[in-house]
Design a protein around this ligand. Structure first.
Ligand SMILES: Cc1cc2nc3c(=O)[nH]c(=O)nc-3n(C[C@H](O)[C@H](O)[C@H](O)COP(=O)(O)OP(=O)(O)OC[C@H]3O[C@@H](n4cnc5c(N)ncnc54)[C@H](O)[C@@H]3O)c2cc1C
Length: 450
């Protein structure tokens, strides 16, 4: 008997650990709900609800192929080795197969499972290329995205990117179990939690939006992006499935052109970049600055300004509408994540780690590697980050990317009557842009090289 241990790979298709276990068969599936650990990791109530719904869907898919699904609750990762060992003994399993994860606590949990004497075999189902396999000629991780991407694309072109299909049926159909997570949850039903829904999303995006992705992706009022991030974060769809689907339709998508498909590929490679960095720099998962000069930044950390930002009451219409989008829907457009993160760190001089936690506590797609990468990019402390002297002007960002105030009006109807010119202007702002910019330039100058 083999155990397949599901983690952030809540899918049947393109699941290397599951496929391999089914070849070797018979198979029992296992999942651990770890409430205290998730609280420590700031998992958002909306993501917990999405996990619960996804698990119930996975339970049905496993039952269809005759695989028993055992879901147990243990407080923390530290409790997993013993619980997993007990299941192995109960079902007489000789091996546990799982897809590897990139986060530091998850990696050390897996090491502890192996040290406990469990035969844990790990597969790559999250990244397309294994972290540690895209390196400079000196054998080190790239410090800049573009050469990483060139090297990544070169390797990916040589690979077979065909996703694994449906795993072998293990026995007749059985009854699915019902899974409930006893934690604080927020309704996630705006996102249908199933593999089929993720594939539909991908298909519609490729049919309708990807060709203009490079033109539309920065405009939050347009549906210009795939909105696949919740599915990718929990593994209802894999990056390989996405990459394969785009190459099927646009065989030139790896050619680095200035068009929609190539730009979308670029974003998926950013996802890989941050994952590779996370594995090779595990301290990032513990709040360390990638650039150690970042330790010298004198954060002001004014709690009142932080509250104003969290509640969308900074007086800058685009920032406030974006924060409302996050609070109300559990998702935020990428351009707005950059604007809000820049505003918190550079205008309000609040430590990026505060923002990282707040985002994680609210995002349905909360993901340590991408969130940390995004925050450190905005704070100029990260790998290939925004230079310290680049400070987004929240008014210009608004004029450029929400020219008619269409997005702002969705989250602040009181402003919808304003003209295209007026709607972007601050109203009783918590800080004044020009002054905040000058202060930030001074404080962030500790990042100056040499
Ligand atoms: C401060 C900040 C915090 C972020 N936090 C997260 C997070 O917790 N979880 C998360 O999934 N993404 C995060 N991102 C990245 C990005 O904003 C989202 O992935 C994107 O908005 C999701 O929308 P989409 O699925 O429509 O993306 P698309 O534009 O359709 O891109 C497709 C996929 O590529 C990946 N991707 C796109 N942009 C990036 C990027 N800049 N970095 C890494 N991967 C990317 C995502 O998996 C995304 O689903 C963050 C970005 C910033 C600036």
């Amino acid at each position: 008997m083999q155990i397949v241990w599901f983690r952030k790979d809540l899918r049947i298709l393109d699941n290397p650990a599951l496929t391999q276990a089914c070849h070797e068969g018979p198979v029992t599936a296992v999942y651990f709900i770890t409430p205290e650990q998730w609280q420590q990791h700031d998992v958002a109530p909306i993501q917990i609800d999405f996990i619960e719904k996804s698990l119930n869907q996975l339970s049905k898919s496993l039952a269809d192929i005759g695989i028993t699904f055992i879901v147990e609750t243990v407080p923390k990762f530290a409790d997993v080795p013993e619980a997993l060992d007990a299941i192995c003994r109960r079902v007489n399993a000789t091996a546990v197969l799982a897809n590897s994860e990139v986060e530091v606590d998850e990696i050390s949990r897996d090491i502890k499972v192996q040290q406990y004497g469990i035969n844990l075999r790990l597969y790559q189902g999250d990244c397309i290329i294994n972290p540690g396999q895209v390196l400079t000629q000196q054998g080190t991780m790239f410090k800049v995205f573009t050469p990483f991407k060139i090297n990544w694309l070169k390797q990916a072109m040589e690979m077979d990117l065909t996703p694994y299909g449906s795993p072998d049926k293990q026995s007749d159909k059985i009854s699915p179990i019902n899974i409930q997570i006893a934690m604080d949850k927020k309704d996630s039903s705006a996102w249908e939690a199933s593999e089929a829904a993720a594939l539909d999303h991908l298909s519609v995006f490729l049919d309708e939006s990807v060709e203009s992705y490079h033109l539309d992706r920065d405009f939050p009022a347009k549906s210009g992006t795939s909105m696949l991030s919740p599915y990718l974060a929990l593994g209802l769809i894999s990056a390989k499935q996405c990459m394969n689907a785009i190459l099927q339709r646009f065989p030139d998508a790896f050619n680095n052109a200035q068009n929609g498909p190539a730009t979308w590929v670029n974003e998926l490679v950013w996802r890989e970049f941050y994952r590779h960095i996370m594995v090779l720099n595990p301290d990032l998962g513990k709040g360390h600055n990638y650039n150690e000069l970042g330790n010298r930044i004198q954060w002001q950390n004014n709690p009142n300004l932080f509250t104003a930002w969290c509640e969308g009451k900074t007086g800058y219409p685009l920032v406030d509408a974006a924060m409302q989008q996050l609070i109300q829907t559990g998702w935020m457009h990428n351009r707005l994540r950059m604007v809000c993160a820049s505003f918190l760190t550079k205008h309000l001089l609040i430590d990026w780690r505060w923002g990282e936690v707040f985002f994680k506590q609210h995002l349905i797609d909360g993901d340590l590697a991408s969130n940390n990468g995004g925050w450190q990019w905005a704070a100029s402390t990260g790998c290939d980050a925004q230079p310290y002297f680049r400070i987004f002007n929240p008014i210009i960002q608004s004029q450029k990317f929400d020219p008619n105030g269409q997005f702002i009006s969705i989250y602040n109807q009181a402003l919808s009557h304003l003209s295209d010119k007026q709607i972007h202007l601050p109203n009783n702002p918590v800080v004044e842009h020009k002054l905040a910019r000058l202060t930030a330039l001074d404080i962030f100058s500790v990042l100056k090289k040499g």
